[in-house]
Design a protein around this ligand. Structure first.
Ligand SMILES: [Zn+2]
Length: 346
C-alpha cells in the first residue's frame, strides 16, 4: 500500500494533468469559436406598415416615423376665462404621474401614422406624414408605402384631416410632388384658414411654421390644378365620408371609412399622448386652434366610439394606431388592434 505522502503526490500530479487538459481545451475552444463574441446591435425596426381589413376595403397603416414628443412644452388645460394654460402650471406633476401609470417617462416617442385605403376601385391616402418638415425622425412614409407593396404613382386621392405640417408635409417633401397622379383634398375651412396671409400674421407664434409648410407642400398641387378642397355633406368616394370636427384646427375633419357594415373612423389629431389623454380627456394641446372646442370634440368622440364600437385610425397613437375605445366606470381606455398575421383571409 503506498504511503500517505506518495498518495498525495500521485493525486496532485493527476490533478495537474486534468487542469492542464482543461486549460488546453479552453484555449482551443476560444481560438476556434469567435461566434461567442457579441453581435453588433442593429438598431432599426421592421418596415412600418400594418395591414387590416375593414369590410372589403384593405387598410394599410403607414408609419412616417416617431419623434420625442415635447410633453411638458405643449400639454395645456382650459381654465375658465384664462383659456388654455400650460398643464404644468394647472396641475404640476399630473403628466408625469399619468405617464408613469403606463410605464412611460419623458421623453415619450410620439408616432406619426397615415392610412392607405384600397377600396377596390381607388387607392386613397389619408394624411401623409411630415415629409421633410420634421427632419430625419420622420418622412419615412414613401419608403414604408413601397415596402407595403404599393407605389406612390398608384395613389389616386389624398385626404388630409387638417393642414398641420405632420399631416400635409408628406405630399411634397422638399417641395417636390411625391404623388404624381393624386388629387389632394382637405376641408374648405382649413384651406381658407391656413392659406391666408392675414391669418398667418395674426396666428400664435407656435403655429407660424405651419403656414409656411402648408404653402410649400400644397403649391405644386395647386399649380397643377390637383388641389380640391371639399365641403361636408357627401361622400368623397364610395364608402369614405368627411365629418367636421373643428377645434384642433378650424377645419379639422374625421373620415369615416365604411365597407360591408364595418366602420373605421380616421380621427386625425384627437389624441396626442394616449397615456395622458385617455385617463384625462380634458388635457389639451398648445397647437389647438380652439382648445375648448378640441376638448369637447375629444370627449364626444371618445363616448361615441366606446358606445358604437367602430375601429379608430389614430394619427398619433403608438403605431399602428389602429384600435378601439373602451369605457369603464367613467374612464376611457385604448384597446390596440389584436395582431392578425393574414388579414385578407376573410
Ligand atoms: Zn398631428
Amino acid at each position: 500500500m503506498p504511503s500517505k505522502s506518495a498518495f498525495t503526490f500521485l493525486f496532485s500530479s493527476m490533478a495537474t494533468v486534468v487542469v492542464s487538459i482543461l486549460t488546453i481545451g479552453a484555449l482551443a475552444i476560444s481560438t476556434t469559436t469567435p461566434a461567442l463574441a457579441a453581435a453588433p446591435i442593429v438598431g432599426t425596426q421592421a418596415p412600418g406598415f400594418y395591414r387590416m381589413m375593414v369590410g372589403k376595403f384593405e387598410v394599410t397603416v403607414l408609419s412616417d416615423g416617431t419623434h420625442p414628443f415635447p410633453v411638458h412644452k405643449v400639454l395645456t388645460q382650459v381654465v375658465g376665462e384664462k383659456g388654455a394654460v400650460p398643464l404644468d402650471q394647472v396641475a404640476p406633476g399630473e403628466a408625469d404621474a399619468l405617464l408613469a401609470e403606463s410605464k412611460l417617462a419623458v421623453p415619450v416617442e410620439g408616432s406619426i401614422n397615415a392610412f392607405l385605403v384600397n377600396t377596390g376601385s381607388k387607392l386613397i391616402l389619408i394624411d401623409s406624414g411630415a415629409g421633410s418638415l420634421y427632419g430625419d425622425c420622420c418622412g419615412h412614409l414613401i419608403d414604408n408605402l413601397k415596402s407595403a407593396g404599393y407605389t406612390p404613382e398608384q395613389v389616386d386621392e389624398i385626404y388630409l384631416t387638417h393642414l398641420h405640417a405632420d399631416h400635409v408635409g408628406g405630399i411634397a417633401p422638399n417641395g417636390k410632388v411625391a404623388f404624381a397622379n393624386a388629387i389632394v383634398r382637405v376641408s374648405q375651412v382649413d384651406a381658407d384658414y391656413w392659406l391666408s396671409d392675414k391669418n398667418e400674421q395674426s396666428a400664435p407664434k407656435l403655429l407660424n411654421s405651419m403656414f409656411e409648410g402648408d404653402k410649400a407642400s400644397l403649391k405644386p398641387y395647386i399649380a397643377a390644378g390637383k388641389f380640391k378642397p371639399f365641403k361636408y355633406g357627401e361622400e368623397l368616394s364610395p364608402g369614405i365620408t368627411p365629418i367636421a370636427s373643428p377645434g384642433h384646427t378650424p377645419g379639422h375633419s374625421f373620415f369615416m371609412v365604411e365597407s360591408e357594415g364595418e366602420k373605421m373612423l380616421m380621427w386625425g389629431d384627437v389624441v396626442h399622448v394616449a397615456a395622458v389623454q385617455f385617463p384625462n380627456p380634458s388635457i389639451t394641446l398648445a397647437y389647438d386652434s380652439d382648445a375648448q372646442m378640441a376638448e369637447s370634440e375629444r370627449e364626444t368622440i371618445f363616448s361615441d366610439a366606446a358606445r358604437k364600437g367602430y375601429w379608430i385610425g389614430a394619427a398619433h397613437i403608438s403605431f399602428p394606431g389602429a384600435g378601439h375605445v373602451s369605457a369603464n366606470g367613467g374612464h376611457y381606455y385604448w384597446i390596440p388592434a389584436n395582431y392578425d398575421g393574414s388579414p385578407a383571409k376573410n
